[in-house]
Design a binder for this molecule. Structure first.
Ligand SMILES: Nc1ncnc2c1ncn2[C@@H]1O[C@H](COP(=O)(O)OP(=O)(O)O)[C@@H](O)[C@H]1O
Ligand SMILES: [Mg+2]
Length: 287
């Protein structure tokens, strides 16, 4: 049903954007759950792919993995099979609608917590094979305050923090950034405000959180953009179809597409630390 060989071919042969490129590692996270990370990650990945970038979406939400559910593509293999050394990295890459390459979380990430040295070696070794095959490795993480998510953030090149205009979501996003700071990580954050009722609400939310981050954490938090509150998101979820495929012209899909456009235009927030560096930092944070 899901042709793994095809997934691999797609990765290897997908459009080159000129020269050897390194892999940019981006985590998408939030303080509070249910703010729209997975929907954002999925449609952001598709929007980057539409622009010719090779993207691999990695579902890294511990215990709440659901990218395959959002896509209506039940995953034959997932992270669990990799951690158990039953499958290689290439075998667990699934090919979703629109040709999107993704790795389903399954229950795998629960086991990450208890990985032995040898298992962690295998895991990082397999991830390292992705080098040069993808332009963006996008991790959809769980809501922030777990150790595993904090490790991903600490190791990634950039972290997109998703919040909604609700005060609870904003304060939790702030708490997340504060924790990352306290871990001594120099994470490069960017902000997405999801479910805004209008430009004005989005702007106010962004100003608010950026100012607090600046004042109390001395943290720059560049705004990537807003995504409107839009009933199409829930409808797409119920149809188990990516929003940008089901309703490409709806306000939320257009919002995310605009964010992807801005994102690839913007200067990287941090120098690319490459996949090898990511894995080294993961290992360090794990020990
Ligand atoms: N822009 C939006 N407009 C309206 N509803 C949204 C939007 N983004 C997310 N939602 C709603 O929030 C729910 C949770 O989104 P999800 O991406 O699964 O959140 P998370 O991954 O942060 O837990 C979605 O199923 C949808 O109903
Ligand atoms: Mg999610």
């Amino acid at each position: 049903m899901h042709d793994q060989a095809e997934a691999l071919r797609h990765l290897v042969h997908s459009r080159e954007l000129g020269g050897a490129r390194s892999t940019r590692i981006v985590t998408v996270t939030s303080g509070k759950g249910g703010v729209g990370k997975s929907n954002f990650s999925l449609n952001f990945a598709l929007a980057l792919q539409n622009r010719g970038y090779r993207v691999l979406l990695f579902d890294a939400d511990i215990g709440m993995a659901n990218i395959d559910v959002l896509l209506g593509t039940p995953a034959k293999y997932n992270l669990f099979h990799l951690l158990k050394r039953e499958k290689s990295i290439w075998e667990i890459i699934q090919s979703g609608p629109g040709g999107l390459q993704f790795i389903a979380g399954g229950s795998g990430f629960r086991d990450l917590i208890r990985l032995s040295e040898a298992e962690l070696d295998y895991f990082t070794g397999e991830i390292a094979k992705l080098h040069g095959h993808v332009d963006f490795l996008l991790f959809d993480t769980g809501a922030g305050l777990s150790k595993e998510t904090l490790r991903f953030i600490g190791a990634a090149d950039e972290t997109i923090v998703v919040t909604t205009p609700e005060p609870t979501s904003i304060t939790d996003a702030y708490a997340l950034m504060k924790m990352v700071r306290q871990m001594g990580q120099d994470a490069a954050f960017r902000l997405v405000v999801n479910r805004v009722e209008g430009e004005r609400e989005g702007r106010q939310t962004a100003d608010n959180i950026r100012q607090v981050a600046q004042t109390y954490l001395q943290l720059e938090l560049p705004l990537l953009g807003f995504v409107p509150d839009d009933g199409h998101v829930s409808r797409a979820v119920k149809r188990q179809t990516a929003l940008s495929i089901a309703y490409p012209d709806c306000p939320a899909a257009r919002g995310i597409d605009g964010i992807a456009a801005a994102y690839v235009r913007a200067e990287p927030r941090a120098p690319e630390r490459n996949l090898k560096g990511f894995l080294q930092r993961m290992r360090k944070l794990w020990s």
